[in-house]
Write a protein that binds this ligand. Structure first.
Ligand SMILES: [Zn+2]
Length: 368
């Protein structure tokens, strides 16, 4: 996201982005709650389902977290980033709205620091298990292990190939390795959750619905009985989630994965749910939002196809994809590059574009 303090380009950025153009919003009437919970306070969505909000030190200044009544305690879904303010907020919540009852498990939708940052803190405090998909757990362990390392040559090659200047590459080198700073030490063991699994939480069954593209194995939780979908970053009502290619997997097709996942969620989850997202506010109108998100990417792809009539580098196609000017900010440049490559790789993977790498190691894309 655009304002991360310590960006680590090998990680998947936590921050959803507000473009591509064309993604429409649900009407205002699709938000049944007025206002948002204050830090340290909770809002009851339904009996036994609480909505809470943690501040984030970024332009996107909050993340929603949820508590689901679980017998005499709680299952917590997502945790906030590792900051002193978040720890204080959790202390207030635990002794206040959560009634001093224990956390029985911590379930995390995906491994971005705003979601998983406090998971280790909570699981140690309550001696309970972290529940998460396997790829999210493993990738998080891997990225945390990069903390403090020098930037890898593969990363430099990757961004040079995208057209970055020497000074941008220098910023990448200088800022590499910050991912783990937003995360308390992860537990060394976890409970794997998987797509299609039903998890009993208190009096209700929740089904795991996995999506790909924003992160490798992102879990949503659907309760048919309560007509609720805890959507994580898979579906957000007023911003779009970042879908990026990263240096560890330069040929990945995350946009293909993402578009497939949007269709899959529509197939598996009925339209009549109240969606509890990680950012913005709870909303209805799931299916129309899923289609609007996909449509936004399709419009971007169409503009991109037109702009590739002549050869272009990844950094030359920002104007076709993003409403906002990218400029020199390394973090924004990093996000925009990853997302442009997601769109370019999508076209290349489908034989719609070709790529030629010049003598300087820079990749030029052109429509077929
Ligand atoms: Zn995320």
């Amino acid at each position: 996201m655009s304002t991360r303090k310590t960006p680590a380009p090998r990680k998947a950025p936590a921050r959803p982005r507000r473009i591509p153009p064309g993604a429409s919003r649900p009407p205002a009437s699709a938000y049944p709650f007025e206002g948002v919970p204050e830090t340290g306070a909770a809002r009851e969505i339904l009996p036994g389902v609480l909505w809470m909000r943690m501040p984030l030190p970024f332009v996107l200044n909050h993340i929603n977290v949820y508590a689901l009544e679980d017998g005499d305690g709680w299952t917590i879904v997502d945790t906030g980033a590792r900051t002193g303010i978040t720890a204080t907020a959790w202390q207030e919540l635990l002794s206040g709205p959560l009634g001093g009852r224990p956390v029985r498990r911590v379930l995390v939708t995906h491994m971005h620091p705003d979601h998983i940052g406090m998971a280790g803190w909570l699981t140690r405090k309550f001696d309970c298990r972290l529940w998460i998909t396997r790829l999210e757990y493993l990738l998080c362990r891997m990225l945390v292990a990069d903390t403090g390392r020098e930037a890898p040559e593969d990363g430099v090659v990757f961004y040079r190939r995208a057209g970055w200047s020497e000074s941008a590459l220098e910023q990448y080198r200088a800022r590499f390795g910050g991912f783990g700073k937003g995360i308390y030490n992860l537990p060394d063991s976890y409970r794997r959750i998987r797509d299609g699994e039903t998890i009993r939480i208190g009096a209700h069954d929740w089904k795991v619905v996995v999506g790909h593209g924003h992160s490798p194995e992102h879990a949503c939780l659907h309760c048919d009985e309560l007509k609720l979908l805890v959507s994580g970053d898979q579906v957000l009502p007023r911003i779009t989630s970042n879908v990026s290619v990263f240096p560890t997997e330069p040929d990945a097709d995350p946009l293909g994965d993402w578009l497939e996942s949007l269709e899959r969620v529509e197939r598996l989850v009925p339209d009549d749910v109240l969606v509890l997202p990680s950012h913005n506010e709870p909303f209805t109108g799931l299916h129309s939002r899923l289609r609007a998100l996909a449509n936004g990417h399709r419009i971007g792809l169409e503009r991109l196809r037109r702009s590739l009539a002549t050869p272009r580098r990844a950094i030359d196609v920002f104007g076709a994809l993003f409403a906002r000017k990218v400029g020199d900010d390394e973090n924004l440049l990093n996000m925009a590059t990853g997302e442009s490559l997601a769109h370019l790789n999508y076209l290349v993977a489908r034989g719609e574009a070709r790529v030629v790498v010049d003598a300087a190691g820079v990749a030029w894309y052109q429509s077929n």
